[in-house]
Design a protein around this ligand. Structure first.
Ligand SMILES: Nc1ncnc2c1ncn2[C@@H]1O[C@H](COP(=O)(O)OP(=O)(O)O)[C@@H](O)[C@H]1O
Ligand SMILES: [Mg+2]
Length: 368
C-alpha cells in the first residue's frame, strides 16, 4: 500500500522538518531519511541544530561536520548525514565566489567578516540556506532533509536569502562598496538607518570593518545574490515539502500551532503533520471499560485494571489533544495528512530505533 510518507519521500527534493525541541524532530528527520533510502533515494539529512543530536540519534560515534558522512544501511538507496558548520560554509562561499585567492583571504581576515561568521544568528540562517543550496546541487544526493533548530524562529532561514539579496542591493551598501564613485564618506554613511541597524546588531566596533569588508567583497555580491535567490525560489517550489512534528504535550502542540501559522503567513503549503511520542494503545478497551472492570474485580486483578485504566486515560488525552490540533490545522491546510509514532520504550540512539520509527510513520492511518 502506498502511504502519505511514500508519496512525500518519493517526490520531494527537499523536506523541511519543523517543530519545537524535544518532540523528536531530529529523530523523525532521520526516520524520513531511512524511509526514503529504503525507497531507493539518495538522501542527505542536514541538521541546522548546533546540538549534536543527529549523530547521537543514529548511533554515530564520531563528530558530524559540514562534510556529509554515509550511514551503513542495507538498502537500495543511500543515507548520508551532515551538520551545518556556519564558519566553514561561509569560508567556502567566499572562496568559491571570490575572483582571486588573495581577495578571498582579504575578506576572511576582515574583522567584520569574522564577527559575522562567528556570532550572528542571521548569518547562521543564511548559511543554512546556502548549505542547502550546495547539497541540493550535489550530484551525490537527490533528496535533502532539513532538521531545523528547535527555536521559535526556526523558519527565519527561509526568508534570509531574500533579506541578504535586498541588503546587498541597498544603495548605501552600493555606496560603501564603491566609495570613490559614490562620493559618500563612510562617516556620513554610518549615520544612515541601514548602518545604524547593522551596528545595533554587531556593535559599533565591528561597523568600522564593514566598509572594508564590503570593498573587499566587491563583485562577489552578484554571485551571493544569485545563489540566495535560487535558494529562496527552491524553498518556495513544489519539490520542497514542509513537515510539522509535534508531540502530545500542551506546550508542543502550542508551538506546533505557531509553526502552522508561520507557514501559512509565508504562503507555504504544509504537507504532513507528524505526531510523535504518542502513548501506545493496547487492544480496543477504553479507560471507562477498565475503570468498570477494576470496580468489579478485587486484589491484583483490580490493581491491573486500574493501571490499564490510567494508561488508557493517557492515550485518550494524548489523542484528544492531537485530534484538536489536527482539526485546527485543517482550517488552514484542509488536506494535510497525519502520521504518528509511539513513545518507544527506550531513547532513540541507534539506526534500529530510527528504523522502528520510520516503520511506524509509514503505516497508513485512517484519516481523523
Ligand atoms: N518516538 C520516540 N520514542 C522514545 N523516545 C523518543 C521518541 N522520539 C524522540 N525521543 C527521544 O526524545 C529526545 C529528543 O529527541 P530528538 O529527536 O532529539 O528531538 P528534537 O530534535 O525535537 O529535540 C531524545 O532523547 C529521543 O531519544
Ligand atoms: Mg533536534
Amino acid at each position: 500500500m502506498t502511504t502519505t510518507l511514500d508519496s512525500i519521500c518519493s517526490s520531494a527534493r527537499v523536506i523541511v522538518a519543523c517543530g519545537t525541541g524535544g518532540v523528536g524532530k531530529t529523530s523523525v528527520a532521520a526516520a524520513l531519511g531511512v524511509h526514503a533510502a529504503r525507497a531507493g533515494r539518495k538522501v542527505v539529512v542536514i541538521t541546522i541544530d548546533p546540538a549534536r543530536r543527529l549523530a547521537d540519534a543514529i548511533g554515530l560515534d564520531g563528530a558530524l561536520g559540514n562534510e556529509p558522512q554515509k550511514v551503513a544501511l542495507d538498502t537500495s538507496g543511500e543515507l548520508w548525514v551532515t551538520m551545518l558548520d556556519v564558519r566553514e560554509t561561509f569560508d567556502n562561499l567566499v572562496r568559491e565566489t571570490s575572483p582571486t585567492p588573495e581577495r578571498a583571504r582579504e575578506v576572511m581576515e576582515n574583522s567584520f567578516y569574522r564577527s559575522l561568521s562567528r556570532s550572528l544568528s542571521g548569518t547562521r540562517d543564511y548559511m543554512a540556506a546556502e548549505r542547502l543550496h550546495g547539497l541540493q546541487n550535489d550530484s551525490r544526493f537527490d533528496l535533502v532533509i532539513v532538521d531545523t533548530p528547535p527555536s521559535r524562529n526556526a523558519l527565519d532561514f527561509l526568508e534570509s536569502p531574500e533579506r541578504l539579496a535586498r541588503f546587498l542591493k541597498h544603495p548605501v551598501v552600493r555606496l560603501l562598496v564603491a566609495p570613490s564613485r559614490g562620493g559618500l564618506r563612510f562617516a556620513s554613511a554610518a549615520m544612515t538607518p541601514v548602518l545604524k541597524a547593522i551596528s545595533s546588531v554587531v556593535g559599533s566596533d565591528a561597523l568600522t570593518g564593514v566598509a572594508a569588508f564590503l570593498r573587499a567583497f566587491d563583485g562577489m555580491e552578484t554571485e551571493f545574490s544569485r545563489r540566495a535567490l535560487a535558494v529562496a525560489a527552491m524553498l518556495r517550489g513544489n519539490d520542497t515539502h514542509f513537515v510539522v512534528v509535534t508531540a502530545p504535550s500542551p506546550d508542543a502542540l502550542k508551538e506546533a500551532d505557531h509553526f502552522v501559522s508561520e507557514l501559512s503567513r509565508l504562503g507555504i503549503e504544509l504537507r504532513l503533520l507528524v505526531a510523535n511520542r504518542m502513548p501506545p494503545r493496547f487492544g480496543s478497551s477504553s479507560s471507562t471499560d477498565e475503570h468498570l472492570r477494576a470496580s468489579q474485580s478485587s486484589g491484583d486483578e483490580a490493581a491491573l485494571h486500574s493501571l490499564l485504566a490510567s494508561m488508557y486515560e493517557d492515550a485518550e488525552r494524548a489523542e484528544a489533544g492531537v485530534d484538536a490540533f489536527v482539526r485546527r490545522t485543517r482550517t488552514t491546510f484542509p488536506q494535510v495528512p497525519l502520521a504518528s509514532a509511539t513513545e518507544l520504550a527506550e531513547d532513540i540512539h541507534s539506526m534500529d530505533s530510527i528504523g522502528v520509527l520510520a516503520h511506524q510513520l509509514a503505516v497508513a492511518k485512517p484519516q481523523l
